[in-house]
Design a protein around this ligand. Structure first.
Ligand SMILES: Cc1cc2nc3c(=O)[nH]c(=O)nc-3n(C[C@H](O)[C@H](O)[C@H](O)COP(=O)(O)O)c2cc1C
Length: 461
């Protein structure tokens, strides 16, 4: 489909999806602010052609709209979910090739990340420039199986970075390498093809190769080349690859960094040393502005897709789910047969592994993708003293500031434990009083007739 990031950008420009900024602009705060403004005002991709102090271009808000993920997969937005579910179960393994454009420049002497890459500084109190689209690839030190995910990376020095390695599988790999007292070899990818980028954050069980998922979703195998200084393979057409090692049993403050949740976080996090950088000629730096909407596609949509089928087949009465705010809010549409179904389904969803903190169950006459409908159901079908449950001490999301967090060394490695409480709201109709809760309606026939009348008067509906 699209072999690389720059090919997708060319296509998006042809589709009029891109706002081009040709005036000189700084990677320090300015590009990030521009991405946010453009994302908020019209949702376009932002392409910066003249970067202060750097060659090459910067692109942002690439997957800030679901329709662009659909374009990346070669389908209409309406067919995105169905196509995703179909292709997701048909992975295509990556293939190893001799060489590729990522090796056009290979540098290991006098490295200085910030001189070589226009890394953005995003928010006012961020400690340093950060990679926000950095896909970290590593291998399980025990099995050799590859894993990957996006992790925030603080550029702390010419070759030194701090990484928030909290989610599996990378967090588990580090735990295992630390038990062996060895460094963990990593490659940091910046600027890969859009489906590969999206696939890196899919909620996949450990041991599943996300590059295979990417191949399946795009319909063609991802070409990989061997790294130069470590035992890893990386996409041959990536814009940049940084090769390095996470140092064992070393932790340093990393942050503050303005996160996807809208808050600054500082953690005690691992440190890595970069020993080699490869990049294409005239590289494009892929940026992501946290808390500007792109996470709705990357996190909410992908997690929703990954969990939906399993939950629908294992939770009786569940019809559909919609995830919001990084999965912290889940709306569940149910086919209510018993009075207790609303709360029963909430309890089952609490235990499903998504860091959902608020779950709302609604009936089938509520459109769970329409916030107005959802608020209407809560306002009129929910009584707090009867329809609410609260649970405590459940694992939560590390970047939710309202959680309780502590560092633990119980497993032999340094792990961040996050605990939250959860609330469930049953906003379904009581079965013994359905008439009173009938939603007012306009018949489809009248609606169709009136649409035709309005269209005659020149009103486009
Ligand atoms: C924009 C973005 C930023 C992320 N940053 C981090 C991070 O800094 N640290 C982390 O551990 N996980 C981070 N994640 C989540 C991981 O990338 C992870 O891949 C994801 O939770 C699901 O994959 P998994 O099932 O393999 O864990 C981020 C995800 C996204 C979409």
């Amino acid at each position: 489909m699209f072999e690389d990031l720059r090919g997708f950008i060319d296509y998006l420009q042809d589709q009029d999806e891109v706002i081009r900024v040709n005036a000189e602009i700084s990677p320090r705060y300015e590009i990030a602010a521009a991405i946010k403004l453009i994302a908020e005002q019209n949702g376009s991709v932002a392409l910066f052609n003249k970067i202060s102090g750097h060659q090459g271009r910067v692109v942002g808000n690439l997957l800030g709209a679901k329709k662009r993920l659909a374009m990346a997969m070669g389908v209409n937005e309406g067919a995105l979910s169905e196509t995703y579910l179909h292709r997701r179960v048909n992975p295509i393994s990556p293939s190893l090739v001799e060489s590729g454009p990522v090796k056009e420049n290979i540098l290991s002497q006098n490295l200085d990340i910030l001189k070589m890459i226009p890394v953005l500084t995003h928010h006012e109190k961020d400690a340093d420039p950060y990679f926000t689209t950095g896909i970290i690839i590593a291998k399980d030190p025990e099995t050799g199986i590859r894993g990957m995910g996006i992790h925030r990376v603080q550029v702390k020095g010419p070759r030194k970075v701090g990484i928030f390695l909290n989610s599996p599988p990378l967090a588990t790999f580090l735990e295992k390498s630390e038990k062996q007292g060895k460094p963990l070899e990593i490659a940091i990818l910046l600027g890969v093809d859009p489906v590969c980028f999206f696939s890196s954050v899919i909620w996949a069980p450990e041991g599943i190769d996300k590059l295979g998922i990417a191949g399946g979703l795009s319909g063609s195998s991802v070409s990989l080349v061997r790294c130069e200084s470590i035992d890893l393979e990386v996409p041959a057409r990536a814009e940049f690859v940084l090769e390095g090692k996470v140092l064992p049993n070393k932790r340093e403050p990393e942050g503050p960094f303005g996160e996807s949740s809208g808050y600054y976080f500082t953690f005690n996090n691992p440190v890595a040393e970069i020993q080699l950088i490869m990049h294409r000629n005239n590289p494009v730096y892929h940026a992501l502005m946290p808390f500007a909407g792109e996470e709705d596609v990357l996190i909410d949509f992908s997690w929703q897709m990954e969990n939906k089928n399993l939950l629908l087949s294992t939770v009786p009465g569940l019809k559909d789910i919609s995830l919001k705010n990084m999965g912290l809010i889940t709306v569940a549409q149910i086919d209510k047969r018993e009075e207790s179904d609303g709360i029963r389904i909430i309890e089952q969803l609490f235990a499903c592994g998504v860091p959902n903190k608020l779950i709302i169950t609604v009936d089938e006459d509520v459109d769970i993708y329409n916030d107005k409908d959802l608020w209407w159901a809560i306002a009129t079908r929910f009584q707090p003293d009867q329809d609410m449950i609260v649970k405590s001490d459940i694992p939560g999301l590390g970047i939710d500031p309202s959680t309780r967090q502590k560092e633990s060394t119980a497993s032999g490695a340094n792990v961040l434990i996050t605990l939250t409480s959860k609330v469930g709201m049953d906003a379904t109709k009581p079965l013994n009083n359905l008439d009173k809760f009938e939603k007012i309606n306009i018949t489809p026939e009248i609606r169709k007739r009136v649409e035709a009348i309005l269209n005659q008067t020149g009103q486009r509906l």
